[in-house]
Write a protein that binds this ligand. Structure first.
Ligand code: PSU
Ligand code: MN
Length: 377
């Protein structure tokens, strides 16, 4: 793990290294900004090599600088070297699926990434520390923590609260977790220099959202954090049409993966039209254009589910919505309540479909992360 507890001599050594690297970077950046052609000509450095050098330094400083992040060494190295990394969220592990299927899937998706030479970074807050990349023991604990009541759903709003309140654990106590949603995972991934993120489904505008104002913070985060989110679209517990309108209003490019119909998580079709993208290179080009224009937003890539759940899911959604209304469930509790009720009513069918779509999303996110890394070489 990186720089949290160090002896003073190693801290000094690290400071000197950082200091030297900072001086070289500042000098290079000045040359880059004010006399790029001259410097490149004088030192006979190919322009592309020079630009790669600058972007590596920028990546290095943007993530190492943040004292709130504890980045797994393999992830830190990969980001520093411009090697492909894919971020993964922890709400899906702690609250999205039952144990032990959640653990099985969490380990499997990390393997899918590693088998493609992409570094996985599961993101969560552990005892108040923002962790970028978890090891197997931690993933196992996170997977049990949901059912043991040691994991709290943690969206962007909750991040500072989790950090401030989470440090008081004694060593003998089991860890407590902030399970990061799409919104908070995007934020932490961005701070750590990671631009691709794979999940199952994102939050959106809830049905009746025009009255309740229940709109997921995931959509707002997409509007101001430059991370590509690969999901299976959104569940029909939400209002898909209004979610798409909201994303459009807030300038978030949204694509169907090899389809013009926005997928509805359990089902590949929703009847809602969207722009289509066919390959990872195109996504990488669009993202790069967006970065060059200094646009603040991320992108949503929605992948149709190849293993749809049966018709009973829609019925289950309808009755879950009625129940939530009768029980007066509101705020942060709405999404987990609906997800759990639908999973229970459809038993294995929805779980099987959910696991299959996450695997596929992760494989496509790997392609995108590779295309982005290639393009910035
Ligand atoms: N949709 C799913 N599975 C999930 C979630 C949404 O199909 O696990 C989780 C994600 O972590 C998402 C969050 O970011 O719920 C959205 O919650 P809310 O609507 O409260 O923002
Ligand atoms: Mn909500």
């Amino acid at each position: 793990m990186t720089t949290i507890s160090h002896s003073s001599s190693s801290r000094k050594r690290e400071f000197t290294l950082l200091h030297n690297r900072a001086l070289v970077t500042i000098a290079a950046a000045l040359l880059h900004n004010y006399s790029r052609s001259l410097s490149v000509a004088m030192y006979r450095i190919p322009r592309r090599t020079f630009q790669t050098f600058i972007s590596r330094q920028q990546r290095f400083f943007s993530f190492r600088n943040n004292p709130m992040l504890k980045i797994h060494p393999a992830v830190a190295r990969a980001v520093d070297e411009g090697h492909p990394v894919v971020a993964l969220e922890s709400t899906i592990v702690a609250h999205g699926m039952p144990f032990p299927e959640n653990l099985e899937l969490a380990l499997e998706v990390e393997d899918i990434l590693r088998s493609r030479d992409v570094i996985p970074a599961t993101i969560a807050v552990k005892n108040g520390e923002c962790r970028i990349g978890l090891d197997q023991v931690e993933l196992t604990d996170l997977a049990k923590a949901g059912e043991e009541g040691r994991a709290q759903k943690c969206s962007t709003r909750d991040l500072p609260i989790q950090i401030a309140m989470g440090h008081s654990k004694k060593d003998t106590e089991k860890p407590s977790w902030g399970a990061t949603t799409v919104a908070s995972t995007m934020r932490l991934a961005h701070l750590a220099g990671i631009s691709t993120f794979a999940t199952g489904g994102i939050g959106g505008v809830h049905r009746n959202g025009e009255n309740s104002m229940d709109i997921s913070a995931d959509l707002l985060e997409l509007s101001h954090t430059p991370v590509i989110v690969v999901s299976a679209g959104i569940k029909s517990i939400l209002d898909i049409g209004r979610t798409m309108e909201f994303l459009e209003t807030h300038g978030v490019p949204t694509f169907g993966w090899q389809t013009n119909e926005f997928p509805a998580f359990f089902s590949p079709s929703s009847g809602v039209h969207c722009s289509r993208v066919d390959d990872a290179t195109t996504i990488s080009r669009i993202f790069s254009a967006s970065q060059t224009l200094k646009l603040p937003h991320g992108m949503l890539v929605a992948v149709p589910n190849r293993d749809p759940a049966g018709d009973n899911v829609e019925k289950a959604i309808q009755s879950a919505l009625l129940e939530a209304n009768e029980k007066n469930i509101t705020g942060q509790a709405v999404t987990p309540y609906l997800l759990k009720a639908v999973a229970e009513k459809t038993s294995g069918d929805s779980l099987r479909s959910n696991m299959a779509l996450v695997r596929r999303n992760v494989a496509i996110a790997a392609e995108i992360a590779i295309a982005i890394a290639e393009a910035s070489k």
